[in-house]
Design a protein around this ligand. Structure first.
Ligand code: B12
Length: 151
């Protein structure tokens, strides 16, 4: 038996584009994590409830309708209110409308100010995300090994 797997809640915030987060979910599974996909068209509270129920270490939210600045706001505060102030919050997808007319660093900065730990543009490689996640788990929780389920 290895160590228990690390649960990551994944899903789509308010919109329907679910292919990207599914791709990320498969990569998480391949890397030895336990991704729990909870669906699309979700409210923030549904991610938080799922994280509480599964003792998740991270929430991966996807948003591609271009309304993330409205839909994703206050998530960190809501997590803190229920005792999840430390949980890793990752956000990705097509976050804003007319992204090509904006500097990515400025888009990323706005979401980081909201309390997201990592913010990704479309086309990010799942390998990069997993590398970041391993680094963040080590730094925030002192977890340095991601065990596979050895059933
Ligand atoms: C397929 C698609 C659809 C399908 C969705 C099918 C489905 N169930 O998923 C359909 C046809 C249903 C659809 C509908 C709509 N769509 Co659409 N759609 C697309 C399209 C062409 C591809 C999206 C996709 O699946 N890409 C493939 C995946 C693998 O890539 P990805 O999503 O970017 O994910 C990658 C990364 O972003 C990252 N990632 C994604 N999420 C996350 C989360 C985390 C935590 C992490 C770490 C990484 C990560 O991982 C992936 C691997 O790199 C895009 C345009 C485009 N080329 O991106 C438009 C697009 C997303 N759609 C758009 C729009 C406007 C709509 C509609 C609102 C249109 C309408 N007026 O009805 C509706 C949405 C209605 C709603 N209620 O939400 C716009 C969004 C506007 C914006 N953000 O600027 C886009 C960008 C098209 C455009 N250029 O205008 N759409």
């Amino acid at each position: 038996m290895g160590q228990p797997q690390i649960t990551i809640i994944t899903g789509v915030l308010r919109d329907i584009h679910h292919l990207g987060i599914k791709v990320v979910g498969y990569a998480l599974q391949e890397a030895g994590f336990r991704p729990v996909f909870i669906g699309a068209r979700l409210e923030q509270e549904e991610f938080i409830q799922a994280a509480i129920e599964t003792d998740a270490k991270a929430i991966f939210m996807s948003s591609s309708n271009g309304h993330a600045e409205l839909d994703a706001v206050d998530m960190r505060e809501k997590c803190t209110e229920v005792g999840l102030g430390n949980i890793l919050l990752y956000l990705g997808g097509n976050l804003v409308i007319a992204a090509q007319e904006q500097d990515w660093t400025s888009i990323e900065g706005r979401f980081k100010e909201m309390g997201y730990d990592r913010v990704y543009p479309p086309g990010v490689s799942p390998a990069q995300v997993i590398q970041d996640l391993k680094a963040d788990l080590a730094q925030r929780y002192g977890i340095s090994e991601v065990a596979r389920d050895e059933r």
